[in-house]
Design a protein around this ligand. Sequence first.
Ligand SMILES: *Cc1c(COP(=O)(O)O)cnc(C)c1O
Length: 407
Amino acid sequence: MTTGEIPFLDLVTVHRELREELRSVFETALDTAGFVGGPAVQEFERDFAAFCESQFCVGMASGTDALRLALVAAGVRPGDTVVTVPLTFIATTEAISQAGARPDFVDIDERKVGRVVSKRTGGPVTAVIPVHLYGQMADMDPILELAARYDLIVIEDACQAHGAEYLSNKEDRWRKAGSMGRAAAFSFYPSKNLGACGEAGAVTTDDEQLARRCQMLRDHGQSRKYFHDIEGYNGRLDSIQAGILRVKLQHLTRWNEQRRQSAESYNELLAPTAGRVAVPYQPSWSKPVYHLYVIRTPDRNELQKHLTESGIGTAIHYPIPVHLQATYALLGWKRGDFPVSEEAANQILSLPMFAGLRSEDQHRVAEAVAGFASIRSASEAGIFPTPSHGSFGAKGEVHHGSSLLGR
Ligand SMILES: *Cc1c(COP(=O)(O)O)cnc(C)c1O
């Protein structure tokens, strides 16, 4: 098939395959009127903790709640500084500010999230949030080492990394995302590798006290009904979402494997455009789960336009680094503060990626990217004119020579 739109993300097909199982989750909830809490939540928490190789899992209403309550439960308080990266979803820093702390940043260095230094905010750095962005692992060994040396709390933002693995040199074994920090936050927003049919999230941890605090914080600080030991929030995971997540969790390993295979196919199909388009870097110490497949090119906006015109859905994660978002203007960051993140934000483009992405559609995406890359190279070489050089077809020559397609 060479026609039809290729969506950036297709959730309909995946849910159609699970329709009967998912329907029975809704029916059980209706029949028992169990909508909040109850066995469905506990069963999912047990299963997801096992999946993450963590001792405890506490279901939350969203990934944002999971991040915020994990920070609070870990002891981050007003006046503290929490360090993360500027190239992330804004929820990472919202969680920091809403826990009363101040966000500070270290730049990404393209291949790993590295050094943790902050003299910026004045307050003590008490925690770091490495973000396993796109389902790629942050390089955790150096982060954990620094954290141990300076007594920092590490909260993993694993909201895009369900099932990703990291080869810990220190421990000489593969470790699951969400099992390495003091705690980790997961999001089950519908588009995530494990997605609810609504909003949901979770904290994972090996720290029993922290888990207990998270349970209280998500439920108005109650230790038992109407005994509010601390001031909490309403951040509970509802039973329908828990039931749905439990059904879908059984397929997650297979879906992640499909994503990895799709990523490998993209890597091969895009190899001819290597001079123009960079594919994701995959270090030997990481088994990513490709929540997103993100390429880089200097002509990002034009390429995105070209793909849109070819009926191919794309997205940008994220076009504006967090430190330059309007809401943080008060913090005084400016363009140039984190140049690596800023440049990345101008060059990144997420291609269609989801479990069940068809191979023929990947071929079409790659052809469209290659077509664009060759037009670009050709116009730069002056072989055929760009609109700014005047009218098309003055010479009427279109070259398809392999030299124009790169290596
Ligand atoms: C999705 C996401 C979040 C927030 O999760 P929600 O469930 O949408 O609140 C936080 N951080 C990252 C990196 C995310 O991708």
